[in-house]
Write a protein that binds this ligand. Structure first.
Ligand SMILES: [Zn+2]
Ligand SMILES: [Zn+2]
Length: 144
């Protein structure tokens, strides 16, 4: 099971999107550092998890609250949500294949790991698009 940051799909009203979705009115909010309530998605299970309160729910039950005031549900932007899940699944697979390499590079030292990470991020962004490039960074931080 791999959790990847759940990108905020483009808002139907203002067309803006972000790298991360937030849990609106997260019960963990205000309890201390690191409780922002960012959302992760598990592409294999189609589950969403809040990093603040640790609740999980189905991707299609997710409600999005845009900064412009528009509220919308996952099924209203089904194409965008499916694309987010598709990219997240690809990333999880690519990273699983690279796990062995990564372990060796990490043993070799922090500097070579950084070099590898930035090269890998650029390569992924070129192939899969900018959203995937942003996601790789957080996925790597989560794994290592
Ligand atoms: Zn909006
Ligand atoms: Zn929460």
């Amino acid at each position: 099971m791999t959790w990847v940051e759940f990108a905020f799909p483009a808002c139907p009203a203002c067309s803006r999107s972000w790298a991360v979705s937030r849990h609106r009115d997260c019960p963990a909010k205000g309890r201390g550092a690191g409780d922002e309530g960012g959302l992760d998605v598990d592409p294999d299970q189609s589950r969403v998890r809040c990093t603040g309160c640790r609740r999980t729910w189905g991707v299609w039950e997710t409600r999005f609250h845009c900064a412009c005031g528009r509220r919308f549900e996952a099924h209203e932007v089904e194409g965008a949500v499916r694309e987010i899940i598709r990219v997240a699944a690809l990333l999880a697979r690519v990273l699983a294949q690279q796990a062995q390499d990564l372990a060796e590079i990490r043993r070799a030292g922090e500097a070579s790991f950084r070099t590898w990470t930035s090269r890998f991020t650029v390569a992924v962004a070129r192939t899969l698009g900018a959203m995937a490039g942003r996601l790789v960074g957080s996925l790597l931080r989560a794994l290592y």
